[in-house]
Design a protein around this ligand. Structure first.
Ligand SMILES: *[C@@H]1O[C@H](CO)[C@@H](O)[C@H](O)[C@H]1NC(C)=O
Ligand SMILES: *[C@@H]1O[C@H](CO)[C@@H](O)[C@H](O)[C@H]1NC(C)=O
Ligand SMILES: *[C@@H]1O[C@H](CO)[C@@H](O)[C@H](O)[C@H]1NC(C)=O
Ligand SMILES: *[C@@H]1O[C@H](CO)[C@@H](O)[C@H](O)[C@H]1NC(C)=O
Ligand SMILES: *[C@@H]1O[C@H](CO)[C@@H](O)[C@H](O)[C@H]1NC(C)=O
Length: 431
């Protein structure tokens, strides 16, 4: 299925080697070294403001249709749309596609495995985007995947046993927020940075793409399946990547493959969730406010709960019982501050515009082996200078999937050692 591709250009990075050696010396004893193969490749990650907060809040990728699973994807409850018009942010990386390469801005997505972009002729429908649509006929290295190839069987599903349009294999993907894309399965050269080319990269040439908030050009799928970028670059990067999502849209973060420059990671195991083996499962074991753990009655729920980390979900989703306890503790700790109206699914908001320092409720989250203190950047979603909301929300049901969202991930370098089965956190890696 996956074609092992030779590294087209070898990128020698002495600093990288040095920092890994330092990492060896400084690594906490519960930490792990990157097991990534060759030297890294780093792309910039930037934030793009998109106009509608409510549309973005329920964004988690559902997998592409595959015959291996009858499962449509993780249960996601619908957010209450309160007509919010505030801005939200998504995280984009720039890649090149085709020969000669054209530049595309794709959403960095660990909650989905499939890389796709909108393609001419947009046979059914494309949404408007900033860059020109990818035109396969301008690329000398583009090829459709044929219906009869064994690769095409990866895209069949219960409702789509023969995923074909004419001779060409078809894919279809639906995300948690109702956005979707259907199109041709194709291969072309993917270029990372200015110089690392991945020939015959399997991707989707989207012909019918609906309901996207924001004008990015498609998705870069980093979840754990054989079609994701992680698997398609195993020979170059050894299934290891790390990113830092920037806090502000004035600064940039990074997405790095094959290793990491940071030291001092602390690692938690990645948990394989049998229902969603393509997602990155984690075990949340505790939540505290002001150093005081939430009541055991609510935390006990976390033991058997399924949780994932996703770069494309904005707000962290908790079981309703746990969210209630968190909200109660945060409201008590901020009792002396002026409240502000709720927005969309965010129901605990404050007006701190008249206080000198934004108060920190000191929210702590522990995963197995890792304790994180979120600070105000991870605690609040900034709607406006006079409206900051607790950046957590309740799932519909206590048994729904818990999602660790990107508000809480910003500024941390988060390393996905997919081959080694662990997830690392290192603080203050980008601004
Ligand atoms: C790819 O397949 C589609 C759908 O069958 C077809 O319209 C298009 O011309 C094909 N492109 C190439 C380069 O073969
Ligand atoms: C895809 O999104 C469009 C636009 O919202 C919608 O009309 C269509 O029904 C969706 N398709 C699927 C299969 O969900
Ligand atoms: C890692 O270090 C190399 C060499 O100094 C640099 O080019 C690259 O941008 C760095 N990556 C990150 C993620 O900081
Ligand atoms: C709120 O203010 C009152 C009066 O100054 C003080 O006694 C109380 O400790 C404050 N509560 C919190 C949670 O800071
Ligand atoms: C990735 O998927 C493979 C195949 O389902 C599985 O064996 C492996 O444990 C998964 N790795 C992680 C880190 O989830």
């Amino acid at each position: 299925m996956r074609r092992p591709v030779p590294m087209a250009i070898s990128v020698v990075r002495p600093f990288f080697v040095l920092s890994v050696m330092l990492g060896l010396l400084l690594m906490p004893c519960d930490g792990r070294l990157p097991t990534g193969g060759s030297p890294g490749k780093t792309l910039q990650v930037f934030q793009k403001k998109i106009p509608n907060l409510a549309k973005m809040l329920d964004k988690v990728g559902k997998r592409i249709r595959r015959h291996q699973s009858n499962n449509a994807g993780p249960p996601v409850s619908n957010p209450t749309m309160s007509g919010a018009s505030s801005e939200a942010a998504i995280f984009l990386v720039t890649v090149g596609l085709g020969t000669p390469p054209v530049t595309l801005q794709l959403e960095l997505s660990t909650g989905s495995d499939w890389t796709w972009t909108q393609c001419t002729p947009c046979a059914t429908s494309c949404y408007s985007q900033t860059d020109p649509y990818f035109n396969p006929s301008y690329s000398t290295s583009y090829a459709n995947v044929s219906c009869s190839s064994s690769t095409c069987t990866l895209f069949s599903g219960p409702s789509n046993p023969v995923p074909c349009s004419g001779q060409t294999c078809d894919y279809s993907i639906i995300y948690g927020d109702g956005s979707n894309s259907t199109g041709w399965v194709a291969t072309d050269t993917l270029t990372l940075g200015s110089d690392l080319m991945i020939p015959n990269y399997l991707f989707g040439c989207g012909q019918n793409n609906g309901l996207y908030a924001g004008s990015f050009d498609g998705f870069l799928g980093l979840a754990n399946t054989s079609v994701s970028l992680v698997s398609q670059t195993t020979s170059q990067f050894g299934k290891y990547f790390a990113y830092c999502l920037p806090y502000s849209s004035d600064s940039t973060g990074f997405l790095t493959f094959g290793g990491s420059n940071s030291t001092g990671f602390i690692f938690t195991p990645l948990v394989l969730l049998p229902q969603y083996p393509y997602l990155y499962g984690i075990q949340i074991i505790g939540i505290s406010v002001g150093g005081i753990p939430l009541p055991a009655s609510s935390l006990n729920l976390l033991v058997n709960a399924h949780a994932i980390i996703d770069s494309g979900t904005v707000i962290t989703r908790l079981p309703p019982t746990v969210y209630d306890a968190l909200r109660t503790a945060v409201r008590a700790s901020l009792a002396n501050y002026t409240t502000a109206p709720a927005v969309s699914i965010l129901d605990t908001c404050y007006d701190f515009s008249k206080v000198q320092t934004i108060p920190d409720p000191n929210i702590g989250i522990s995963f197995q082996g890792v304790g994180l203190t979120l600070g105000t950047t991870g605690a609040f979603y900034v709607v406006s200078s006079s409206q900051r909301c607790l950046a957590f929300a309740a799932n519909g049901d206590d048994s729904d999937l818990i999602i660790y969202g990107n508000i809480q991930q910003r500024t941390w370098e988060i390393a996905y050692d997919v081959a080694g089965g662990s997830l690392g956190f290192s603080p203050n890696a980008c601004a």
